[in-house]
Design a protein around this ligand. Structure first.
Ligand SMILES: [Zn+2]
Length: 373
């Protein structure tokens, strides 16, 4: 263990060996976790589509049971070609196949109706179980993107597109420097208790991690942390306390793997524009995020009309409300006017200086040292 780096209490420390020590410590923890996981974590195959068809239990299952019942009777009667039994068998079989086509065609409407019913009857658990089923829906990807077919070239294509996108909003250098000055003035000039991350902070954050989430780079997943002995939380608490003291992040925390996933069903998956990037972040970084969110949850409030990237909220909630309002007016008559704002890739084109200022004014830097990302 890099004892000097971990126990350093100088908030102005710029000692390169301390920073290198923290980087090496993260690397050692990662390798120890990987070795322990290799020996003890069970491995399972990749989870694919659940095969769940919306509306199956309500619409298809009853007619399927009826169809199977009459099919068995028809078999026992010696498979007659033209008798009453045969007609009933054919009719119930047709009903069964019709029900499958019906739920397949109306899958989105059935899902939306279940959302609405869950909201209407305040069945919170049903609502979120429907949301989880919706998220699990499997959308296939293409082996040809924008006319390119080799894996390396496709990866380069997306890398180039994301590089352009994430640097598309320029910022004024002097404006950013003035923000740095503002932050510097807010920082503590000496070591204080706020810079200490307790073992309980880390344990609580690890408990909040979702199981089975990979970091996409080192090979670690949240399971390694959730099943680790308590001593890992002790190491991470020492590490994060040293990170806050030195105001710098180990390289491992900053590495994200961006994977493109299709934006939805029914789109042309050979077009790169129909994919959006999802960043698989370091698990250490996620633990740090959860600790910050927990400590500053009171300052980090948002509008009640904000639905995305928020605990116990989903953008499906507001789109469902919109669709229900439209359905109401469509059913009852009257005029409905709607204004749409196209905020394409709004979270990718972040105005850096404004987001920094927003965090400053949230009061976070009054209590916590500035960590450079
Ligand atoms: Zn130091």
């Amino acid at each position: 263990m890099p004892v000097d780096s971990l126990l350093c209490r100088d908030v102005h420390c710029c000692n390169r060996s301390d920073i290198d020590g923290l980087n090496a410590f993260v690397n050692d923890i990662t390798q120890a976790c990987l070795a322990a996981g290799e020996a003890s974590l069970p491995r399972a195959g990749r989870v694919g589509s659940t095969g769940h068809i919306p509306g199956w239990n309500d619409v298809v299952a009853p007619v399927r049971d009826k169809s199977i019942f009459w099919h068995n009777i028809w078999m026992e009667c010696g498979r007659p070609r033209s008798e009453v039994i045969a007609n009933i068998m054919r009719k119930t079989r047709a009903s069964y196949h019709y029900a499958i086509r019906k739920v397949t065609r109306n899958a989105n409407d059935i899902i939306n109706k279940k959302f609405a019913d869950a909201l209407l009857h305040n069945r919170g658990r049903d609502f979120w179980s429907e949301a989880r089923k919706l998220r699990r829906s499997n959308v296939s990807v293409s082996s040809v993107i924008d006319g390119i077919s080799t894996a390396d070239d496709i990866a380069d294509l997306f890398a180039s597109k994301y590089q352009t996108l994430y640097t598309s909003v320029l910022y004024d250098r002097s404006e950013m420097e003035s923000i740095h000055c503002l932050v510097d003035k807010s920082l503590s000039t000496s070591f204080d208790q706020h810079l200490i991350v307790g073992v309980s902070d880390v344990t609580n954050a690890i408990n909040k991690l979702k199981p089975g989430k990979s970091d996409g780079c080192s090979g670690l997943s949240s399971d390694y942390f959730k099943h680790a002995p308590r001593v890992l939380a002790v190491y991470i608490s020492l590490l994060l306390s040293a990170v806050l003291t030195h105001g710098t992040m180990p390289q491992e925390f900053l590495t994200s793997t961006v994977i493109p996933i299709p934006k939805g069903k029914g789109l042309n998956v050979t077009d790169a524009a129909n994919y959006r990037g999802i960043a698989l972040s370091s698990i250490f970084g996620k633990i740090f995020d959860l600790i910050v969110l927990h400590r500053f949850s009171e300052q980090l409030y948002s509008s009640s009309l904000w639905f995305g990237f928020k605990a116990k909220h989903s953008t499906s909630m507001c789109t469902t409300i919109l669709k229900e309002v439209i359905a109401y007016y469509a059913a009852h008559g009257g005029s409905l006017y709607c204004t749409m704002l196209d905020a394409t890739k709004v979270f990718d084109r972040v105005w850096n200086t404004v987001s920094c200022l927003t965090v400053c004014f949230a009061g976070i830097f009054q209590e916590c040292t500035f960590v450079c990302f």
